[in-house]
Ligand binder design. Structure first.
Ligand SMILES: [Zn+2]
Length: 160
């Protein structure tokens, strides 16, 4: 994984003082452009799970202009492609909820028929124990997956 660049918080004109995603990256920076960043969710049950976070504080998708939506969805799509090409998951799940942290971000999650909640959403109660653990079943080290994600999204926008 490339060295983490210095985190760019939300610009003061578009930040909420009480919002953690305006002030903090929310995870290890895999890549950051001037408009969005990619962080791993660091969820042991779902190790192939990234978040694509809009830099400015916006709570709803329809608050973005069409070109901004295209830029953000370009990054989401690039992450999805890396997960598909690297892991051949049963399904990719995309979600934008924001009920807990209402700062626009997309979840991009590789799902497998062996994972602890499949076929329910990742937020459902577990339906099975996973042993060996999920990270050992991916077949790709997380550092390598992060590096692949970083390379894919870096092709979309300059690093900021
Ligand atoms: Zn925010």
């Amino acid at each position: 994984m490339p060295a983490s660049p210095d985190f760019l918080p939300a610009p003061a004109s578009a930040a909420r003082p009480d919002c953690e995603l305006c002030r903090e990256p929310g995870g290890t920076l895999v890549f950051q452009s001037a408009q969005w960043r990619v962080i791993p969710a660091a969820d042991a049950d779902f190790p192939a799970f990234y978040r694509v976070v809009w830099r400015a504080h916006v709570s709803e998708w329809s608050e973005l202009a069409l070109a901004e939506q295209a830029a953000l969805m370009g990054a989401v799509t690039a992450v999805e492609r890396v997960l598909r090409d690297s892991l051949a998951p049963a399904k990719i799940n995309l979600a934008s909820l924001g009920n807990v942290v209402p700062h626009l971000h997309w979840h991009v999650v590789a799902r497998f028929d062996w994972d602890s909640r499949f076929p329910a959403p990742i937020w459902a109660a577990p339906v099975r124990a996973v042993d060996p653990p999920a990270v050992a079943r991916l077949g790709v080290a997380l550092e390598e997956l992060d590096a692949r994600v970083a390379r894919a999204v870096a092709a979309l926008a300059p690093a900021a």
